[in-house]
Design a protein around this ligand. Structure first.
Ligand code: ATP
Ligand code: MG
Length: 437
């Protein structure tokens, strides 16, 4: 991508409306623009990152054996009456009346829709277990939308739902999602700690919130400090094996959100306790028969008798996760993207645009890198070098290549690591080899 033609409206000044660093940086880097309170347009740079995060979430759901489908954003309110949540959900749920005076709901979550699918389409115990998920926009009419995409009204969520015959089966599905979450957040470059959580309006009795520690987090949380160095399961993990030992390992130390804070437990670990602020990037719930009984979701059991489904639901705030990544990965100059979610891997900076020697070298590198499949943002604008440096630091691509007439006369360009600030001089060819490997 050539920056001269790219829609990336960066801002020099800090926007007044942004109170936290991720919101500030997303606005300043030209990634999002607010369209209405808590509702955003994702500009090209922001949308690239959103899609990368979404793809990591998808790959880890698929690896765990979950199947992707797509449910509508507008839902039939009758289903919500059947589950008993139509009134319970309250003013956070946006209700819309169509021309036939039928009420539709803009889904804040999708238990009703998926349980309607399950009761119609799952007939026999042989069709269980199943985990179904979608990555779809949700709407919650939050009283105070704030902090940019962290607490929006419209936001992107991955929501998965499990269908099992027994509690043991449901617990295995829960463990699968639990492990998939550990892997997902680690791949996105953040450390999310599973903490005992209260189950809220979704109900049920087993739940964990995955929390990224950050000063600006909305939640007060407590956890054992060893959680900061716990080993993440690798990609060869066998999801059909017994995951309970792994689950036990990851829940054996103390970690809880404020609502579940237990002073006695906390005192036991003394100096090892961390008290911090945190951002909830995901939550897993086991909810048993909470929906299957009122909505009559059952399958034929082995003995020919109907069995109510044991269910669970598993959410990840895909758009909020982007904010959490920035909260965890930035410095005074801007964002520092983990390579896995960076909008581009390389920022190619022409320090002397208009000079033949650097224009030619940049064009040559750009086309070779693109041909090799490397994602490059080429700053070919007619701007001063200083402006280009600060733009690149602001948008936080992992690698910068600085190409100027003076260096090229000596046969070198500079590669800079955004995270460490380290720079090294290499030949054009070495630069290409390094960035394509
Ligand atoms: P919160 O307590 O922050 O309001 P929640 O517990 O109500 O969130 P869930 O129902 O667990 O949210 O939804 C799954 C995930 O969706 C959350 O873990 C969070 O990452 C994300 N999420 C929830 N509400 C919002 C929002 N208003 N804006 C952005 N992401 C959100
Ligand atoms: Mg939650």
């Amino acid at each position: 991508m050539r920056l001269s033609t790219y829609l990336m409206p960066t801002l020099k000044e800090n926007p007044l409306e942004a109170q936290i660093v991720s919101h500030r940086l997303m606005l300043r880097a030209g990634m999002i623009r607010q369209s209405a309170a808590g509702i955003y347009t994702w500009l090209p740079l922001g949308y690239r990152v959103l899609r990368k995060i979404e793809q990591i979430v998808r790959e880890e759901q698929d690896r765990a054996g979950a199947q992707e489908l797509l449910m509508p954003t507008l839902q039939n309110s009758e289903l919500w009456k059947q589950s008993g949540r139509y009134d319970a959900y309250g003013p956070e749920m946006l209700r819309i009346t169509d021309r036939h005076d039928r009420v539709l709901v803009y889904g804040p979550t999708a238990e009703e829709v998926i349980n309607d699918i399950a009761r119609n389409e799952l007939k026999s115990y042989k069709e269980t277990p199943k985990i179904l998920y979608n990555i779809q926009w949700k709407f919650r009419d939050e009283v105070r939308p704030r902090f940019g995409v962290m607490r929006g009204r419209e936001f992107l969520m991955k929501d998965a739902y499990s269908f099992d015959l027994t509690y043991e089966g449901a617990k295995h599905s829960y463990n699968k999602m639990f492990v998939a979450y550990l892997r997902t957040f680690a791949r996105c470059g953040v450390h999310a700690i599973p903490m005992k959580a209260s189950t809220g309006p979704i109900g049920g009795d087993l739940s964990h919130e995955f929390i990224v520690l950050a000063e600006t987090g909305e939640e007060q949380v407590y956890c054992h400090k060893d959680y900061l160095n716990m080993e993440i399961p690798n990609e060869d993990i066998d999801y059909n094996s017994d995951l309970e030992p792994l689950y036990q390992k990851w829940t054996s130390l103390y970690a809880a959100t404020e609502e579940k804070f237990d002073k006695e437990e906390a005192d036991k670990i003394g100096d090892n306790l961390i008290s911090a602020r945190g951002i909830e990037v995901g939550q897993v719930f086991y909810y048993g028969k909470k929906y299957s009984i009122p909505m009559n979701v059952s399958v034929m059991g082995e003995d020919g008798k109907p069995v109510y489904i044991e269910g669970g639901c598993y959410g990840i705030g895909v758009s909020r996760l982007m904010g959490a990544i920035i909260e965890a990965c930035h410095d005074d100059n801007g964002i520092i993207w983990p390579e896995s979610v960076a909008p581009f891997k390389v920022g190619l900076i022409n320090l002397t645009t208009g000079k033949e020697i650097s224009d030619k070298a940049c064009e040559d590198m750009y086309s070779k890198l693109v041909k090799a499949g490397v994602e490059v943002l080429y700053d070919d604008r007619n701007e001063r070098a200083g402006v280009k440096f600060s733009t690149m630091d602001l948008i936080g691509l992992p690698w910068q290549v600085l190409v100027g007439a003076r260096g090229l006369e000596k046969g070198v360009v500079e590669i800079k690591n955004r995270k460490t600030g380290e720079k090294k001089e290499v030949s054009v060819e070495e630069a290409i080899n390094f960035l394509t490997k």
